[in-house]
Write a protein that binds this ligand. Structure first.
Ligand SMILES: [Zn+2]
Length: 128
């Protein structure tokens, strides 16, 4: 076994180990995509009431990254950052839904079609 890779492993992530900790776990991508990016919910998130518990009183919130910023300048620079752009790209891909999981397991509506065609295939095999 050679030397474990130490360089080029960060990709603009502030702390690679931090992202794995549960206490810093951010909102899941599917929740953001299906709930937060709805125009009505988005407007509510961007215009939150003053909250002294949250960074920057909850006034500077990035909907895509589910993150609070201290100042407007910090939020503006975040929007221009690689981290935010990558996040937007990830959000453009369709979310993993229960429907998709069922389809993969052969339980969904799409799963029924192959089972219906199965006896036909069996007949052709026995016929030849
Ligand atoms: Zn962002």
């Amino acid at each position: 076994m050679g030397r474990l890779r130490r360089s080029r492993t960060h990709h603009a992530r502030r702390d690679v180990h931090r992202s794995n900790r549960t206490r810093v776990r951010s909102r899941d991508l599917d929740l953001i995509q299906l709930i937060d990016l709805d125009p009505k919910n988005r407007a509510a998130l961007e215009a939150q009431p003053l909250d002294f518990e949250k960074p920057g009183l909850g006034q500077h919130y990035c909907v895509e990254c589910a993150k609070y910023y201290e100042t407007d300048a910090a939020l503006q620079s975040h929007w221009r950052s690689k981290v935010h752009k990558r996040r937007c790209k990830e959000l453009k891909e369709p979310a993993y839904t229960i429907e998709e999981a069922e389809r993969a397991a052969g339980l969904g509506r799409e799963g029924k079609r192959p089972t219906a065609s199965m006896p036909v295939e069996m007949d052709t095999i026995s016929g030849t």
